[in-house]
Design a protein around this ligand. Sequence first.
Ligand SMILES: *Cc1c(COP(=O)(O)O)cnc(C)c1O
Length: 458
Amino acid sequence: MELPFAESYKIKMVESLRRSTREQREQWIKEAGYNLFNLKSDYVFIDLLTDSGTGAMSDKQWAAMMEGDESYAGARSYYKLKESIKEITGFDYFLPTHQGRAAENVLFSSLVKEGDILPGNSHFDTTKGHIEFRKAIALDCTIEEAKDTTLELPFKGNMDLNKLESVLRQYPAEKIPCIVLTITNNTAGGQPVSMENIKGVSALAKKYGVKLLFDSARFAENAYFIKIREKGYAGKTIPEICREMFSHADFMTMSSKKDAIVNMGGFIAFRDEATWQGCQMYNIMYEGFITYGGMSGRDMSALAQGLKEGTDFDYLQTRISQVAYLASKLDEYGIPFQRPAGGHAIFVDAKKILTNVPKEQFVAQTLGIELYIEGGVRGVEIGTLLADRDPVTRENRFPSLELLRLAIPRRVYTNNHMDFIAAALKNVFDRRDSITSGYIIKKELPIMRHFTVELEKA
Ligand SMILES: *Cc1c(COP(=O)(O)O)cnc(C)c1O
């Protein structure tokens, strides 16, 4: 008999989960203004709000924490991290930051000015926030196929090179501080970008004299997909593929809370010394001195180790197989989601399920609320709430996709939890036709409203 696939790790420490009743959950979500971000985590059974900072650290990472050097300047932990980053990305210069958006803040403070254009493949929400806050424009050049959730493409996160080139042709290079390539493409469904596409983007950047930034939160998952799906990479190791990917970028921002499996942390890494120097002042002002930038020594040590574990093939295979397992359960029940399954999450196609909810009433958010009430499972809306208002007209932007993201934390849940999630979603799916109305906004902030918005039943 062929031996079945099994996890590449075992469990050393556990944390209890709390069960609740449907009546309790109905009350709690109402009190939370129908915003899943406003729920106490104790009110959640399985938490798929995000895979960011929610991973389980290893014994080696906890051991690294004990060896952290808390010196203000020149800490050993900083040099350990520098070595780890150099090994995996090839970049010589870096600045630690407290998380990914802080990296964006520091880098964009140095590079982006009013009226600038930053083309990319579905900018992440904080990235777009930092661009629009500076009155610059985040121009989306993702391939059109990414909008069709039924298409099975190996690299659905790719940039459309024709769209990108027409932007590069239209604006002078001085107005384009950088192209932003997000790997994997989170917003389009955790979909990878191929090496061929990375090379194509890099060639265009060079042709037009523009810099290339990798928004790298899930670079290791991207490398895994390249190894598995792209011709010519099966024999390469994950670190080899990572180094090849990064060899095409000028700098990178990193949310270490994703593929580096730490609970907090980030960094910016640079090929060139001058850009690194240009960012130092902002790092000191916003984050901390250039050798700790918002991180404790122990956190930098855990991150140095996490980068190695996050690029381990066996770990990546375990992780991505778990996401694929959940996808196979949804397939069994006929529940539509962005195909193929992404690296870190399943993106359920809410528009195809709740066909009776008007688009003005936040379709994916409505599905998220129903799933929470059904089983205490917390996902997150990637739809009209997240798309926010147009910065100029202040009208709601209606994205082509209304998705409910079920992000799987790293090394945290078992496949029995995946079965539970799929069953809860199936119950909502089975009563989908009876769900005919959604929610309206009671209170919202002018930017990144989805985190704090308050809703009421429509
Ligand atoms: C999470 C994330 C960020 C922001 O990082 P934080 O650590 O949450 O501040 C930026 N880009 C992408 C693609 C992300 O997934």
